[in-house]
Design a protein around this ligand. Structure first.
Ligand SMILES: Nc1ncnc2c1ncn2[C@@H]1O[C@H](COP(=O)(O)OP(=O)(O)OP(=O)(O)O)[C@@H](O)[C@H]1O
Length: 252
């Protein structure tokens, strides 16, 4: 590793149309290598827009993103080769089998010894039995595991996850979270995840950005936020922020 942060974001803003409200406003942060950060906020807070800009899928209205030392405006492809993502909004081609899907993505990312990598991921994510099945015929939980395999095919150093356990039953959700914890320990991969699952964020994240109407309205480790708001769980902190209730320190 070269010592640069996983992500450096400077004054990032996005307005979809000149007359629309700002979807992401003046977002700045530096996320270290190996860190796991959570992006929290209610519906429409700007989480997906932020992730789409970090992935180079959306052009920012202003601001700068440097991913793994590469400026996304000028050196996007060097960054993208070293990162990956998973999103419930991006479906895998339905008619291709799981193995074909993974081969396509391995090829796109220029993965060496692709067949061995696919076999390895299939084993780790319990997909071996599903490799010949069309992706469109899988259950939501199976699709999530395939999406995770796709997200890891190039051994990313930075992983962006948009609601990684949405629509999973509690057992499968827990399995995915444990898997991510192990993967992070083994590889030192940095993870930024958007989630509505406060338990997940509390368990996985060492830092949380709370977004509201595109702006960061608070941030800190889950423990810091719990202490600051005088709450027992992050769900209550989330509601305090969503409903503009004051923090303990501000109120006293
Ligand atoms: N393609 C688009 N065109 C115009 N406005 C958009 C578009 N996508 C999102 N927006 C607007 O940008 C704002 C942020 O939306 P975004 O999808 O980033 O929020 P989010 O935090 O991911 O929400 P959710 O939790 O509901 O997924 C919202 O006001 C939304 O209506």
């Amino acid at each position: 590793m070269d010592g640069t942060p996983a992500l450096r974001v400077e004054a990032l803003s996005k307005r979809y149309r000149p007359d629309a409200p700002t979807a992401v406003a003046d977002l700045s942060f530096v996320m270290a290598r190996g860190a796991t950060w959570g992006l929290l906020g209610g519906n429409g807070a700007g989480k997906t827009t932020t992730i789409a800009m970090l992935l180079g899928l959306l052009v920012p209205t202003s601001g700068r993103i440097v991913a793994l030392g590469h400026d996304m405006a000028t050196d996007r492809f060097a960054a993208l080769a070293r990162m990956n993502f998973s999103s419930p909004y991006v479906a895998l081609p339905h008619r291709l089998s799981v193995a074909e899907n993974l081969r396509v993505y391995a090829h796109l990312y220029g993965v060496k010894r692709a067949e061995a990598r696919i076999r390895e991921l299939a084993e780790q994510l319990q997909l071996t039995e599903l490799l010949d099945r069309p992706a469109g015929e899988l259950s939501a939980g199976q699709k999530t595991r395939v999406a995770l395999a796709k997200a890891l095919v190039n051994r990313p150093e930075l992983l962006l996850l948009d609601e990684p356990t949405a629509s999973l039953d509690p057992d499968t959700g827990d399995w995915v979270r444990s898997w991510l914890e192990r993967y992070r320990e083994e590889t030192g991969c940095a993870i930024l995840l958007a989630s509505h699952n406060m338990g997940e964020v509390e368990r996985l994240c060492d830092h949380v950005l709370m977004l509201k109407q595109g702006r960061v309205v608070d941030q800190g480790s889950p423990a810091d936020l719990l202490a600051r708001y005088g709450r027992d769980d992050l769900e209550e902190v989330f509601l305090d922020i969503a409903r503009d209730r004051q923090r303990v320190e501000a109120a006293s």
